[in-house]
Design a protein around this ligand. Structure first.
Ligand code: GUN
Length: 277
């Protein structure tokens, strides 16, 4: 089975659009885009297109590469105070003179639709549903569930320990709501194959193209591919899709798998506070 993230994301976007129509004012999402990092332009454009489709007002705040940290923090404070802005997303990566942590810490946790602020990470840690869950981990959980599969009592091996994906996903899947048994592998893991072979579900989020090969996973496993790399002008994931697609029980493609789910969950997060009774 191929996990069709694009189709599932479309149904989520339709649902968000329906909810937005019932609100007394349309939600606003601000994208802060610093510098000239080409993939960031692509990602922000894709996210802004999803806003257009769902009736969320989007604002792109473009800032120069050489902006100082103080100036950037000033821009975020303006957005924190702006009553028309419900969500603030600072696209990563940031230029080297900027301390990304300081920037994330400065976002109002109530507008932190990325779920990166320590208040929201803490709420995730405590299974407090009032917080924002980071979009990619949330998207991964929905991709699997809405494909008719389950996390319940599954052995999930996460390959990658990033702050954006690996760590929050491990946290989320340990919640009673999901009840998974979680192993997190990373660059210092010895014998990666030993772990991935034992997995019911492998989540590949290392950023290393084609790291997960056919010989590394069991034929009954599900492979969720979070990676997006460019190789010879083509997008490719952290899993070798061609060699795996006829070998495993299910796999998500790149593109068309986790990517659209991340964007759909960003829209869901943006209306979360307004969507609550
Ligand atoms: N850069 C790569 N992924 C993400 C993400 O999910 N959010 C933000 N803000 N930046 C990113």
């Amino acid at each position: 089975m191929i996990l069709n993230g694009k189709a599932i994301a479309d149904t989520i976007l339709d649902e968000v659009a329906r909810k937005v129509q019932t609100f007394s004012r349309s939600p606003g999402l601000a994208f802060v885009l610093v510098g000239e990092h080409a993939p960031s332009f692509t990602y922000v454009n894709m996210k802004a297109k999803a806003c257009l489709r769902t009736g969320i007002r989007s604002r792109i705040v473009r800032l120069p590469t050489l902006i100082t940290e103080k100036e950037l923090l000033g821009e975020i404070e303006k957005l924190n105070l702006d009553p028309h802005i419900d969500g603030i997303l600072v696209q990563m990566p940031l230029p080297p003179q900027i301390d990304a942590r300081k920037v994330i810490f400065s976002i109002d946790p109530e507008k932190d639709v990325d779920g990166f602020h320590p208040v929201n990470q803490g709420k995730l840690f405590y299974s407090d549903p009032s917080g924002f869950v980071p979009c990619t981990p949330l998207g991964i959980t929905l991709l699997v569930e809405k494909s008719g599969l389950s996390w319940e009592s599954k052995h999930v091996v996460i390959v990658g320990r990033s702050t954006i994906v690996g760590k929050p996903l491990a946290n989320l899947l340990m919640q009673k709501r999901y009840n998974a048994t979680v192993t997190v592998c990373h660059t210092a893991t010895e014998n990666l194959s030993r772990h991935t072979k034992a997995a019911d579900i492998v989540v590949a989020c290392s950023g290393i193209p084609h790291l997960i090969q056919r010989g590394m996973v069991s034929p009954r496993s599900v492979v969720v591919d979070v990676g997006i790399s460019r190789r010879e002008g083509k997008l490719c994931g952290d899993a070798d899709f061609e060699s795996l697609v006829n070998h495993v029980a299910a796999i998500s493609p790149v593109p068309g798998g986790v990517g659209p789910m991340t964007i759909a969950c960003l829209m869901q997060n943006t209306i979360k506070k307004q969507g609550m009774p």
